[in-house]
Write a protein that binds this ligand. Structure first.
Ligand SMILES: Cc1cc2nc3c(=O)[nH]c(=O)nc-3n(C[C@H](O)[C@H](O)[C@H](O)COP(=O)(O)OP(=O)(O)OC[C@H]3O[C@@H](n4cnc5c(N)ncnc54)[C@H](O)[C@@H]3O)c2cc1C
Length: 395
């Protein structure tokens, strides 16, 4: 089944405000819907607040590694709720100027985020969660009716919404799953976020492309990583007959080229790759600085999950699997003991160290194309070591 139709709010903002929710989840992306499914399955009352209208695209390569696929099976998304035309990726081709390293990878699936996120949110609603769409959630500065409840302001984004002003609601626990921006905490400066020096920005676009279209590189079952001096770009086919382009670019280079599109064109020229003629009309979406980390992970009944906790730049499927792993773990901690905040901070510290070490290493190598080329050529002769690196990077 492919749940591609849009999603309406299950309650109006005013109806949502009549209840004290066990958990209010701010953000209906991968992490938000995944934790919504787990908590609703446990019989808790869950409200997911999402600022966008679905379906929506999002800056992401959409590649699901083996671990992500496992989580999606647990969540009841794979195989039924994803489209059958989602391409399988079997090879990773890393291209640095005229050098190409071809790596066999454990099968990945390539799915547009509009497709995946709507399937997850539908599943959360089918599991018993409620949602309010096109509504921005913000952790309130006002105190709640009781010290055990937390107040959240819901601000309608849709101009046609009958409620024009912010409405406050109460929850026993708040989960912030709002992606890199962590916008629900924007008013509270006590939540620390560290942005890495020299951090890149993320960019994304989809190009319509039929299976017959000719490219200068093999496109079937291959994820290309094209590495240049201003960053790198991942290119692969995705569901619905689109080509997915997701990049990490140096913001200084973007400015020097006069925007994302010319910077991408120069990166493609550097690697000698020609993509679809539609590139000229591509509409690019960008992100804030990518590499960042947030601390603490939990405080005062508020818990961060997914990209809101932080992000390291390379994207080989670890971002979505980290979001789903975190959601599963946090759902197992909430309401289980007096120490739930401490436990969540410990879980995040432990897993962040382990899962992000390889991503940091890959990110460092990709910043030095000449050295990376020597490294890749060396690894071509050491297939067992290459396999180990790949296994760690794509877990
Ligand atoms: C260029 C690039 C390529 C990538 N490629 C891959 C890849 O191929 N594979 C992979 O696994 N990962 C990839 N990632 C990482 C992946 O996209 C993220 O790790 C993942 O989306 C994290 O999910 P999330 O739910 O935490 O955040 P998001 O997916 O960003 O979801 C957050 C949601 O919260 C909503 N929101 C924000 N603020 C509010 C608010 N105040 N109130 C209500 N709602 C709000 C947003 O609209 C959004 O829907 C890539 C990332 C980038 C930047």
């Amino acid at each position: 089944m492919n749940d591609s139709k849009s999603i309406d709010s299950t309650l109006s903002i005013c109806q949502a405000a009549k209840e004290t929710w066990d958990v209010v989840v701010l953000g209906g992306g991968i992490a938000g819907s995944a934790i919504g499914i787990h908590l609703a399955r446990r019989g808790l009352s869950v409200l997911i607040v999402e600022s966008k209208r679905f379906p929506r695209e999002k800056v992401c390569g959409g590649c699901l590694n083996a671990r992500s696929q496992h989580f999606l099976e647990t969540l009841g998304i794979l195989p039924e709720r994803l489209p059958t035309d989602a391409p399988v990726i079997k090879e990773l081709h890393i291209r640095l100027r005229n050098h190409v390293s071809r790596w066999q990878v454990p099968n990945m699936l390539s799915v547009r985020r509009s497709t995946l996120d709507i399937a997850l949110l539908h599943q959360a609603l089918d599991s018993g969660a409620h949602c309010v769409m096109e509504t921005r959630g913000q952790v309130s500065q006002q105190t709640s009716r009781s010290p055990h409840h937390h107040r959240i302001d819901l601000i309608p984004v849709d101009p046609s919404c009958s409620t024009k002003t912010a409405v406050s609601i109460d929850a026993r626990r708040v989960v912030v799953a709002a992606g890199l921006s962590r916008s629900p905490l924007a008013m509270d400066k006590t939540w620390d976020v560290k942005i890495a020096k020299g951090s890149r920005i993320g960019c994304h676009c989809l190009l319509e492309s039929d299976a017959q279209e000719q490219f200068s590189i093999e496109m079937d079952q291959v994820l290309h990583m094209l590495v240049g001096s201003s960053g790198y770009i991942g290119v692969c086919r995705t569901d619905g007959g689109f080509l997915d382009l997701a990049a990490a670019l140096d913001p200084v280079a973007v400015r020097a080229h006069g925007g994302i599109a010319p910077c991408i064109q120069s990166l493609l020229a550097e690697t000698g790759v020609r993509l679809s003629s539609q590139m000229e009309h591509a509409s690019w979406e960008g992100t804030p600085w990518l590499t960042r980390s947030s601390w603490p992970a939990a405080r005062n009944g508020i818990f961060l999950v997914g990209d809101s906790l932080g992000y390291i730049e390379p994207f080989t499927g670890e971002g979505m699997s980290w979001a789903m792993a975190g959601s599963e773990a946090l759902a197992g901690i909430l309401f289980k003991s007096e120490r739930e905040e401490e436990q969540w901070n410990e879980w995040v510290a432990r897993h962040r160290r382990w899962s992000q070490s390889i991503a940091k290493w890959v990110s460092r190598q990709a910043r030095r194309p000449t050295w990376a080329r020597v490294l890749l050529t060396g690894l071509d002769w050491l297939p067992m070591l290459r396999k180990r690196i790949l296994k760690k990077a794509m877990q």
